[in-house]
Design a protein around this ligand. Structure first.
Ligand SMILES: [Zn+2]
Length: 150
């Protein structure tokens, strides 16, 4: 673990976000195991929300799959690790309302809660499995007025 990863781990313990992630993991009856870079992997999450294959609370990454599948997707794990770092920068739980504001902004601007969400863009849209309008425009630009947003 690098000093930065250790610092993130300590920050997310002190700011309570990792504790919230562990509480959620326990309430959802997931199995938690150590992951890379100070992360904790909570696998077989089965609650309906959020509508995502994986999400992060503090240093806890919750996956709908089993731990083997979760560990075999380093691209998605790296995306979720960046969210863990965002929790630390936001001093923990303030990340959640800030994230939802960014998601609402993105939904309003693009019709998708991730495409213009600053947190998802910083974590890597494609790594998180989200569409990136700047990549899929086909060269006409994302603000072309005749573009169909379907
Ligand atoms: Zn994400």
């Amino acid at each position: 673990m690098t000093p930065g990863q250790r610092l993130r781990q300590i920050a997310n313990v002190l700011n309570g976000s990792t504790l919230l992630g562990l509480l959620l993991a326990a309430c959802a009856r997931t199995s938690v195991s150590p992951g890379p870079h100070g992360l904790l992997i909570a696998s077989r999450y089965r609650w309906r929300l959020p509508l995502a294959g994986a999400f992060t609370v503090g240093n806890v990454v919750l996956f709908r799959t089993g731990p083997e599948v979760a560990r075999s997707n380093p691209v998605l794990l790296c995306h979720e690790e960046r969210h863990s770092t965002q929790y630390a920068w936001c001093l923990g739980l303030p990340f959640l309302p800030l994230y939802f504001i960014a998601a609402a902004w993105s939904l309003w601007r693009t019709g998708n809660p991730a495409s213009a969400n600053i947190f998802e863009r910083h974590a890597g849209l494609q790594a998180g499995g989200y569409p990136d309008p700047q990549v899929t425009t086909g060269g006409t630009g994302p603000t072309a007025p005749e573009r169909n947003e379907a």
